[in-house]
Structures are given as C-alpha cells and as structure tokens.
Design a protein around this ligand. Structure first.
Ligand code: MLT
Length: 404
C-alpha cells in the first residue's frame, strides 16, 4: 500500500483565501441578490496598462511567424527581461545585482513556496506572526515544522516573531537563532514598512549567525516614504545572506498574467556550495521558463511609458488606501498600514475576534476582508482590508462600514 506525505495532514483544511472564498460563495448562494464588495484577497482590479497590452499583442503576432516563433526559452528567463530587471530594479538603485543572478518565474508565490526545497530539513525557520501563510504552509508540507501546538497557536519547530502594536509590527531579532528567516516588507498583512537601518540589523544578524534571509519584496512599488529600502541589497552585506523575491502582480497588475523573479547572488554560499547553483539546478529540472509573451509584457514594465502608466496605477490604489485609512479613523477604528503598502490592518471593534468581525461585515454590510487570525495567532483581533478594489467600491465599502 502506498503512503502519503502525511505532513499535509498537519495543514488546515484549506488555504486561507480558499476558505474565505468558500464562505463568501455560501453566503451568496443563500443571498443571491447581495451586492458583495470584496476587499479580501489582494487581487488587483484595474485593467492591464496600455503599454503592457501593446507588448502582449506584438509578442503574440511574433509567435505566429516563422522568424518570431519561440519554443522553450531559457529556464532562467530571457536575457532581455533579466537585464531590464537588473538595470532598473537594482543597478539604478545602487545595488550590485547582475542579470545572471536573476531567475524569472511565473510568479512570486511559487518562488516563495518552492525556495525552501534547497534547504536542509532540520533547519529552524523564523516567520513573522502574523505572516503570509505560504511561508509556513510550504515548510509544513516539507516536514520542517513539527506539530501544531494549540498553546502557541502555531508549530513547535518554527520560531514565531510577534509583530504587534507594541513593537510597531516590526519583528525583533530572535534570541533563538533561526537558520532560515522569512521577511516581507512592505509587509503583508500588516502594511508595516521597515527602515533601512532596521533591515541592516537583520542582514548583520544573518551574516553573524550563518542564517539566510528569504526576503519577499512583492509590495516595494507601494513605498511612498523616504528611508524605506526597496530591496534588501541596499543593505551592506546582503549579497552573502539574502535571497529576494519579486512579483509583477502588485506593481503591474499581472495577477492573471503571472510573472515574478528571484535573485540569488553568487556570493551566497553554504559550506562552499553556491545557492545560486542549487536553485539553477532545481529551476532547470522542474521548470521550463515563463511564457515568451508574458516576459515581453514584463519588459514593457521597464519602458519609460510603462513606468509612467504603472506609477499612475499604483497611485490609484494608494488613493484607495488613503480613503480606507482616513475613513476608518473617522469612524473611530484604530488602523495601521496603507502608507507604504496596499493593506490596511485594523483592530476589530468591541472585542470581536477576527472571524466574528469577518462574519459581521459579510452578513450585515456585505463587505469581505481577511481575518487577522488567518495569518497567525498574533493577528487575532485584527482584520485586513486591501486597497486593490476600484475607487467606487472602496468608497461604498467605507460608507457601509460606517453604517455598522
Ligand atoms: C494576499 O491577499 O495576501 C495576496 O494577494 C496573496 C498573494 O499575493 O498570493
């Protein structure tokens, strides 16, 4: 009789956002007339920018000609895109990252989930609490988390770094030294940002202790304040301790198109073994590269016109963030985030749990958000709203929340 990977049995029945989708679908079935506003999952709503559409059309036409047809491409991504990323996201910011240190993929979620495969199974893993569930779940699936402990509301082999109102949602350097450290800034779900000095302290800590930092920079396009690093490689010494992952979903609206990338500097080694080579080996074995057409669309993100159009799109969502932040404050809520990130992290009123508040919003005013406790024990008593709705639906959602 075959056996299964019973680490999967340690996971909650379904992924947080699938769980929410199921609850919303059930409500809709009972209330077919309900006009539900969805500010739950961080999915964009604005159509792709004209410059992206133009690049897609052009690449599609090329693929229909003998000269322009592209079959399997390089697994790591086409040179044209890797160079554009290196130049714009790194070298222009004074970070020393070369095109051949970049691995293009079909999205940051896959990379963030798969990266743990190249690390030892006994590694201790530190995560923020609350946290994007993918970091935890993929380590649980791999057998790197132990068992669930109700008392701590988490897995006994993981190191949870509480991010609370008291510490400004900034994790403290853990006393027990982790081998792998997941950081995400600007943060999902709290919307908190990290200063360059604070991030430098993490880089120094990792280099001193032989830890690796897995840095999720999916929301960097939303940074609006000075002194906030757009990349971990702005910190001295990050090339020897950090892997960085990026998405095209949030800055360019590719949630349905799919494109992302991971940076592994060549200096990042473990006992003389290069992590870049390991990931290259893994990528070549399990992946045949992102579609040519989508990579051409990714290249357009870095054109002068692309930058202009996408800045306008980010500004549109950040205006929603401002409306939510200020609207909630006016209505007497305590809310954080929304300044350098498209997420607003609010305290649930009247001592309601996160899920009680979720149900109240859904049932009474038909607004969907994400319960903070779905991101971890320290998220209990909080609730996340996303700024990725349309302006009209955001305004309407706030009016409904005020009515509560
Ligand atoms: C979220 O809502 O946390 C994100 O949209 C999830 C994701 O990017 O995969």
């Amino acid at each position: 009789m075959f056996t299964i990977n019973d680490n999967y049995l340690k996971l909650q029945g379904s992924y947080l956002f699938s769980n929410i989708a199921k609850k919303v679908a059930a409500y809709k079935e009972e209330n077919p007339q309900a006009n539900i506003i969805r500010l739950g999952i961080g999915d964009v709503t604005q159509p792709l920018a004209p410059v992206i559409i133009e690049a897609l059309h052009k690449a599609v036409d090329e693929m229909g000609t003998p000269e322009g047809f592209h079959g399997y491409g390089p697994e790591q991504g086409y040179e044209f895109l890797r160079s554009a990323i290196a130049k714009n996201d790194y070298q222009a910011r004074g970070c020393q990252i070369d095109a051949d240190e970049i691995f293009v993929s079909d999205g940051a979620k896959c990379d963030v989930g798969n990266i743990q495969e190249i690390f030892g199974i006994d590694n201790k893993v530190a995560v923020c609490d609350p946290v994007y569930p993918v970091y935890v779940d993929t380590n649980v699936m791999a057998g790197r988390a132990g068992s669930f402990d109700q008392a701590i509301g988490g897995f006994n082999q993981l190191i949870y770094m509480p991010c609370t109102e008291e510490n400004g949602f900034a994790p403290e350097l853990p006393n027990e030294v982790p081998d792998m450290i997941y950081l995400c800034f600007p943060n999902n779900p709290t919307g908190a940002a990290i200063t360059k000095d604070a991030l430098q302290a993490w880089v120094d800590y990792a280099n001193k202790n032989g830890s690796v930092i897995l840095y999720d920079a999916a929301y960097e396009a939303y940074i609006s304040e000075p002194g906030i690093p757009h990349s971990i490689y702005e910190c001295e010494g990050a090339r020897t301790c950090a892997i960085e992952m990026h998405s095209f979903s949030k800055n360019a609206g590719f949630t349905g198109l799919r494109l992302g990338y991971t940076v592994i500097p060549k200096e990042l080694v473990c006992n003389g073994v290069s992590l870049h080579s390991l990931w290259n080996r893994r990528h070549g074995t399990k992946y045949n590269g992102a579609p040519y057409i989508v990579q051409r669309a990714g290249e357009a993100v870095y054109s002068e016109e692309g930058k202009k159009q996408l800045q306008a799109q980010v500004a549109y969502y950040m205006e929603n963030a401002r409306l939510i932040r200020e609207g909630l404050a006016d209505a007497g809520f305590t809310a954080y985030g929304g300044v350098n990130a498209p997420y607003i992290w609010l305290k649930t009123p009247d001592g309601l749990t996160s899920w009680e508040f979720f149900d109240k919003l859904l049932h009474e005013v038909q607004v969907v958000g994400t319960p903070g406790s779905g991101f971890g024990a320290s998220g209990e008593g909080f609730f996340r709203l996303t700024a990725f709705g349309t302006k009209e639906s955001t305004i309407e959602a706030l009016a409904r929340i005020r009515r509560l």
